[in-house]
Design a protein around this ligand. Structure first.
Ligand code: SF4
Length: 352
């Protein structure tokens, strides 16, 4: 039986020199190989034109190249672009390009589906399929970079790990992808332009702290009331607000980094004056800013966006406490690219 070849993208690039040495090639070939795989993102050894035919044949014989490929692109009226990517095992994930104020943000997925079942989220309805490999997370960024150049005539300025999945439940691969984003071998990005967004996985936040993460942490808080949070975000039962507070305190002590709280404002659920007071109380743990996010309705999910009046009152309370508060207008709602709407297109692809 023909043995399945090893995926070279699953091998740490630090090991490329020994692979190259094994073929009796000069050490600088390892750098060239890395360049093709991680900078040029090629999916075929034959495209590595500065490698000799002999080396390419050896590599082809022993390895395959894991790739992610854009399958479909949808453009919103507001210029947001959603991209569905196909993976080697026919799974499909989505990522989004969000242009605003001369900046382009790439929102990446970390898992195919999600196991956490947040009540307001379309991805939750799909269930969990698998964790993404580092190259699949990083590959979204490379491919989105090309699409950004084509459509906006500009590269990507910021990265948020806020698409499908909970990044802290795929910590090692997410960290490896970020390492590649910031390395010179990869994209050479500043870690300050990368934000990991979690629903509050306490152990993961502590790991980030222990590893002195130089990138940003955003916590999708959505309510500072433990009971309400248990209902909205089932993962809160294992990561309750007291534990989350302690983890955030620890993170701040270790990294000195300001945390961002994401707060999806839901009509009649978490948008009362009392909710705003509770949020303000929670935010006293460490320096932070709050992003209040407009909700995009999702078919089959019974939540509604807050009224403009509730939003104003909510924000006024936070402002009166001198908090840093931004209102994030939803983008890409017409292409179902906004938060919690990344699921639908996917299923279409899976059935093909
Ligand atoms: S909001 Fe995030 S963590 Fe919650 S179910 Fe959706 S993808 Fe998973």
């Amino acid at each position: 039986m023909k043995q399945k070849k090893q995926d070279i993208k699953l091998i740490n690039p630090e090991k490329y020199p020994s692979i190259i040495k094994g073929y009796g090639e000069k050490p600088f070939r390892a750098k060239q190989l890395s360049h093709w795989l991680w900078k040029k993102h090629v999916c075929d050894f034959d495209m590595m034109t500065n490698l000799s035919a002999g080396l390419r044949n050896n590599l082809k014989r022993d390895y395959e190249i894991g790739c992610i490929k854009p399958l479909l692109t949808k453009k919103s009226k507001d210029r947001t672009i959603k991209v569905a990517f196909g993976l080697f095992d026919k799974n499909t994930i989505e990522a989004v390009l969000i242009p605003s104020n001369n900046r382009i943000t790439a929102c990446l997925s970390s898992q195919a589906g999600c196991a956490l079942g947040c009540k307001f989220c379309a991805t939750a309805k799909m269930g969990f399929t698998r964790n993404l490999y580092a190259y699949e997370i990083y590959g979204q960024l490379v491919e989105l970079g090309t699409i950004a150049e084509e459509n906006y005539n500009s590269g990507i300025n910021n990265v948020v790990l806020m698409g499908m999945g909970e990044p802290l439940l795929n910590y090692d691969e997410v960290q490896a992808a970020i390492d590649m984003m910031v390395s010179e071998e990869g994209m050479g990005m500043s870690p300050s332009r990368i934000t990991l967004s979690t629903v509050g996985i306490v152990d993961g936040i502590k790991r980030m702290a222990d590893n002195q993460a130089a990138y940003n942490l955003a916590v999708s808080l959505h309510t500072a009331d433990n009971k309400k949070r248990d209902n909205l975000i089932p993962a809160n039962k294992k990561n309750n607000l007291t534990a989350l507070k302690n983890a955030i305190k620890y993170f701040y002590e270790k990294t000195n980094t300001r945390i961002t709280y994401e707060y999806l404002l839901l009509k009649g659920v978490n948008d009362s004056e009392e909710d705003a007071e509770k949020l303000a109380g929670f935010c006293r743990i460490s320096p932070c800013k709050v992003n209040i996010i407009e909700y995009n309705s999702v078919k089959g999910i019974n939540y509604e966006a807050s009224t403009g009046e509730s939003l104003k009152k909510f924000k006024d309370i936070l402002d009166s406490k001198n908090m840093i508060v931004n209102i994030r207008r939803s983008k890409g709602a017409d292409i179902e690219a906004a938060c919690g709407q990344l699921a639908k297109e996917l299923n279409k692809f899976k059935k093909k």
